[in-house]
Design a protein around this ligand. Structure first.
Ligand code: UDX
Length: 482
């Protein structure tokens, strides 16, 4: 501004500034543009011609050249940097906007360009760090690829607890939350969960693992809780029925206490088993169920029914922010090959050409959903306002006999299909009514049973290659294997 004032004063013939710096600047500028002599020979210092030349000089010297120089500086600063960096420089309004100011003195311009370079270097490092962070997942045997995590600014990043996060469903949910860029805490006692299911996240700064049994209280600071911890396969939950019911009852009580203290939203993974051996099909959420309170499945069925009751009691009494998902039969990679459930058993048996074992006459039905659909449903429910129970399952219903033949065909197996005695209290028909999920969550399964089975068969083929022989778990209660 000093320079502009000084020139204006001169142009209008007012007394030259007695500031010697301004005079020197003016002289050097007029000399630089060759107008001093021309002005005088044109008949007077302030003739029209000399003023026009002076004006043109000022325009070139103070507007055009600085802009060109600054642009050249920025282009030079950007040379040799990766494409991402070049884009980021252009995307950052501050250095360019200020450096383009034509009224900056030469030394100021240099400083500005330097600042632009420093900012650029800092930005470059920041982007590189974020890029490195996004690739912190390690390829492992269960997850042989790198899973990229997004960067979320602080006000969008949540601290999310997943109990049972190293289990089959939990680990897939953890993947989704991690890839979204959240901070995820897994709490698991590894009774049925496997460390290898989450091993690919162990070095990621957004991930924490706490080996802990949910039947004991725990103090954490979180925004959301997905409470999945509980053995879910019939042979496993029947192995230690007292522990199973404690896990559902005390575990859910502890998680509700935590949610209450930290004002976190809590989602319970309930189950289609709360409908017991249903007398209606498909089963809507309004169906109250048909459960034998003293049978071998009761520790799981009744445990989850009490867990649901506690969720709604806490909502009513303490205003807790709750969600309840009733999960139907689910399959996919990372199922434990020895968990004894029908999908893993049939595939493991078929791939080894061992007998495929049907319990009972094979006329009982199940509806199978692929794990990614379930994870999407859980996520949609957690982030929705609907607080009543929601069925999550694929309505595609199969008899167990049909399903055995289908797996046999897909694996091109020479296995024999044999029949073993029916399991006590085995539900005879199971199919979800998913109207609520469609209406409230805009959710329905996307992966067909065949598509899901192909991926799962591929996964178990790799597991078998590594393990050699696997002897599937039979119908009775069994301790989970490592
Ligand atoms: O090798 C086998 C295994 C199982 N089955 C039968 O296949 C049907 C399905 O059995 P699974 O063990 O896979 O699962 P279930 O439907 O009995 O229980 C499941 O219900 C839903 C979820 O909450 C749980 O994952 C689980 O409790 C049953 O009729 C069972 O008797 C076989 O015929 N052969």
């Amino acid at each position: 501004m000093v320079r502009v004032t000084s020139l204006t004063e001169r142009r209008h013939g007012s007394s030259p500034s007695n500031n010697s710096n301004n005079v020197a600047t003016s002289r050097s500028l007029t000399r630089r543009h060759g107008v001093v002599e021309g002005g005088r020979s044109g008949g007077g210092l302030w003739s029209r011609q000399s003023l026009a030349l002076l004006g043109a000089g000022i325009l070139v010297g103070y507007v055009v050249l600085p802009v060109l120089l600054v642009e050249m500086d920025i282009e030079k600063a950007m040379q040799g940097l990766p494409k991402l960096e070049k884009q980021s420089v252009k995307a950052n309004p501050y250095p360019i906007a200020e450096s383009s100011n034509p009224y900056l003195r030469a030394d100021q311009r240099t400083l500005e360009t330097t600042i632009a370079k420093i900012t650029t270097e800092a930005e470059k490092r920041l982007l590189e760090d974020r890029d490195v962070l996004s690739k912190q997942s390690l390829p492992t045997s269960t997850t042989p690829y790198v899973m990229k995590t997004a960067y979320l600014p602080d006000h969008h990043r949540k601290k999310i607890l997943v109990t049972g996060g190293s289990g089959f469903v939990g680990s897939h949910l953890v993947d989704k939350l991690m890839m979204e860029g959240h901070e995820v805490i897994v709490v698991d006692n590894f009774f049925t969960g496997q460390k290898k299911n989450i091993a690919h996240w162990l070095h990621h700064p957004n991930f924490s693992l706490i080996v802990h049994d949910v039947t004991e209280p725990i103090q954490l600071e979180v925004d959301q809780i997905y409470h999945l911890a509980c053995p879910a396969s019939p042979p496993h939950y029947q192995y230690n029925p007292v522990k199973t019911i404690k896990t559902s009852v005390m575990g859910t009580l502890n998680m509700l206490g935590l949610a209450k203290r930290v004002h976190a939203r809590i989602l319970l993974s309930s189950t289609s088993e709360i409908y017991g051996d249903p007398e209606v099909s498909p089963q809507p959420e309004s169906y109250w169920g048909h459960v034998n309170t003293i049978g071998p499945r009761a520790c799981y069925d009744e445990g989850k029914r009490v867990a649901e009751t506690m969720m709604y009691s806490y909502q009513k009494q303490n205003g807790l922010d709750i969600r309840v998902a009733r999960i139907f039969n689910t399959f996919g990679p990372r199922m434990h090959p020895n968990d004894g459930r029908v999908v893993s058993n049939f595939i493991i048996e078929a791939l080894q050409n061992k007998d495929m074992t049907i319990y009972g006459d094979g006329k009982q039905t199940r509806s199978f959903q692929y794990v990614s659909d379930l994870v999407d449903g859980l996520h949609a429910l957690m982030n929705n306002d609907y607080t009543q129970p929601v069925n999550l399952g694929n309505p595609s219903e199969w008899t167990i006999a049909e399903f055995a033949e289908h797996v046999q065909a897909l694996t091109k197996s020479s296995s024999q299909i044999i029949k073993l005695p029916k399991s006590t209290d085995d539900p005879q028909q199971r199919r979800p009514d998913i109207q609520t999920a469609k209406r409230e969550l805009d959710w329905e399964p996307k992966v067909s049973v065949d598509e899901g089975l192909k991926k799962t068969i591929e996964y178990f083929a790799a597991v078998l290659k590594e393990a050699g022989e696997i002897i599937p778990t039979g119908p009775g209660a069994a301790k989970p294997e490592a």
